[in-house]
Design a binder for this molecule. Structure first.
Ligand code: PGA
Length: 254
């Protein structure tokens, strides 16, 4: 099964509108040739419009970092899926470990956000991953199995065609400690098998699974060369045009 590589930059709480526009302007010529990948940038909410405008007409797609589950209403501080769509946003990261760790995100809220995103026509990037204590306690598959079962509950195989899963071991995020390609592949394979058990073999074989956690130009090639690794969700290395472009080129084996 040929799956199109998908590389997404998670800018986290970095870059105002001017800095975001500048990064996208620098990135455009560098990634124009990467038509065999989906190239996505995910800026903070207030930078989205500037980045959507800057990316117009290029092969750079835009994603948000969170979405609320309601369509509108009394939810001070929140942003709905419809608002994102009407701002020109196509993708959305859901359930990043930083949201789980600092903002009370659970598999149930991930599930609610995911359903709202799909209903509005967004392409969700659903994050799963174990902490160091969970890995050392041999709980990795148990934790990720639960995140997938509960996070994806109630979805159909047709929904899953629009979903990307990002495997981000919490111990590898922003720490410089990348999972070795073999360790990452083992968990990616488990994710694909779990999705297969839930939604069927065809859905599992079409599913794109990104690796995230200290992915950089130096390790992207070997990671994406693994059978079940179909791209990356990139934090630090996505904040500069040259490193992000180089990472994509490595991931594509160029
Ligand atoms: P990192 O972040 O590449 O800086 O480790 C990845 C992420 O949290 O999505």
């Amino acid at each position: 099964m040929e799956r199109k590589v998908v590389i997404a930059g998670n800018w986290k709480m970095n870059k105002d509108a001017a800095a975001g526009r500048e990064l996208v302007e620098s990135l455009k010529p560098l990634v124009a040739g990467f038509t065999d990948a989906d190239v996505v940038v995910c800026p903070p909410f207030t930078t989205l419009s500037a980045v959507v405008a800057a990316a117009a007409g290029s092969n750079i797609k835009v994603g948000a970092q969170n979405v609320h589950w309601a369509e509108s209403g009394a939810f001070t501080g929140e942003i709905s899926a419809e608002m994102l769509v009407s701002s020109g946003v196509e993708y959305v990261i859901i359930g990043h470990s930083e949201r789980r760790q600092y903002f009370g995100e659970t598999d149930a809220t991930v599930n609610s956000r995911l359903k709202a995103a799909l209903k509005a026509g967004l392409k969700p990037i659903v994050c799963v991953g174990e902490t160091l204590a969970e890995r050392e306690g041999n709980k990795t598959n148990e934790v990720i199995g639960r995140q997938l079962r509960d996070g994806l509950a109630g979805l159909t195989a047709a929904d899953m065609a629009n979903v990307i899963i990002a495997y981000e071991p919490v111990w590898a995020i922003g720490t410089g400690k990348t999972a070795t390609p073999a360790i990452a592949e083992e968990t990616h394979k488990f994710i694909r098998e779990t999705v297969g058990a839930l939604f069927g073999a065809a859905t599992a074989s079409a599913l794109r699974i990104q690796y995230g956690g200290s992915m950089k130009p130096e390790n992207a090639r070997e990671l994406v060369a693994q059978a079940d690794i179909d791209g990356g969700l990139i934090g630090g290395a996505a904040l500069k045009a040259d490193s992000f472009a180089k990472l994509i080129s490595e991931a594509l084996g160029r």
